[in-house]
Design a protein around this ligand. Structure first.
Ligand SMILES: NC(=O)c1ccc[n+]([C@@H]2O[C@H](COP(=O)([O-])OP(=O)(O)OC[C@H]3O[C@@H](n4cnc5c(N)ncnc54)[C@H](O)[C@@H]3O)[C@@H](O)[C@H]2O)c1
Length: 291
């Protein structure tokens, strides 16, 4: 199937990056969120991100402007999808929300459109279970930040057709991404391993084994990870990180259960880099230990 028009649902950390990648690859992109304010912030972030590419000589200024101004934004779901070929849903990691969104998409999208979810760990089959087009439901798990990270994990749901899988693989390759295909199991490949480490790091912190900075430094220097588990959790957003751990604990048991170290931060409204405070303080832009 030829894809020309792509709709991205959600304009948060992931949605704006995915829209940037799709528009940069030459697709007609519409980004939808519930509030125009969120969409305006997302377009500003895309302009800043493209601006960094211009500064480093990787993109011409006129092209950057063409990409950013070509992304349509709307708060109307109907307008966002009435003409679409491929939807990438990137709204919060809550099964009921995603299921309802997929029911609405099923009703509003053209019959040929493929519905993809960027869930981090939910069952893709469950997300699309209430639609009448389960053969055109698939998981596309992106990594943060989407313009930089090379991989998209493709998750084949119970009834995903061969054609849907092939179209999705071709699309991701046309974005310049590498792909791996995975069975629909909670957390897929990457998050089953990554979230196990995150849960254990939070437990070590709650037990007083070492500080946030020492645990991060250990993992960065010993395993050559660019960010330790706490910097990475802050980067992902601690609300999303906690929901992911809770979801994985529901699927695999207590080894994924979020410990007080992360739960208390979220309870106090510290969501990581996105609002300036998490395991680190970002008031100066860079991660600084919390006093
Ligand atoms: N943050 C990461 O590093 C990361 C990585 C891979 C996948 N994901 C997944 O991507 C999805 C989005 O995560 P994010 O980090 O971009 O979240 P986010 O909180 O930054 O953005 C969520 C977006 O959804 C919108 N939204 C909020 N409530 C909504 C509702 N009820 N209905 C429709 N839209 C709503 C928000 O306005 C926002 O535009 C989640 O499923 C998450 O698990 C996140």
């Amino acid at each position: 199937m030829a894809v020309k028009r792509i709709t991205v649902l959600g304009a948060g950390i992931m949605g704006n990056g995915i829209a940037q990648v799709a528009a940069s690859a030459g697709y007609e992109v519409t980004m939808r969120s519930r509030e125009q304010r969120t969409l305006d912030t997302a377009i500003e972030k895309i302009r800043n991100s493209l601006g960094r590419l211009v500064k480093s000589g990787k993109l011409e200024e006129a092209k950057a402007d063409e990409i950013a101004s070509g992304i349509k934004t709307t708060t109307s779901l109907e307008e966002a999808v009435s003409n679409t070929d491929f939807v990438i849903e990137s709204i919060p990691e809550v099964l009921d929300l995603k299921q309802q969104q997929f029911v609405d998409l099923d009703r509003l999208c053209p019959p040929h459109a493929i519905l993809a979810t960027n869930t981090s760990q939910l069952s893709v089959t469950d997300v699309g279970a209430k639609t009448s087009r389960q053969d055109r439901v698939i998981g596309v798990h992106w990594f943060n930040p989407p313009p930089v990270m090379k991989l998209v994990e493709i998750i084949r749901a119970a009834q995903t057709s061969d054609e849907t899988l092939q179209t999705t693989l071709d699309l991701c390759r046309s974005f310049g991404k590498e792909t791996v295909v995975c069975k629909d199991t909670r957390g897929f490949i990457v998050n089953r391993l990554l979230l196990a480490q995150r849960a254990e790091a939070c437990r070590m912190l709650s037990e007083g084994v070492a500080s946030v900075e020492e645990i991060d430094r250990a993992i960065e220097l010993a395993l050559n990870h660019p960010m330790g588990p706490f910097k990475l959790a802050d980067f992902a957003g601690l609300d999303t990180a906690t929901r992911n751990l809770e979801g994985m604990a529901e699927a695999y048991g207590d080894c994924f259960r979020p410990s007080p170290a992360i739960l208390e931060l979220v309870k106090e409204g510290h969501l990581g880099r996105k609002n300036g405070h998490g395991f680190y303080d970002y008031s100066s832009g860079e991660p600084k230990p919390v006093k």
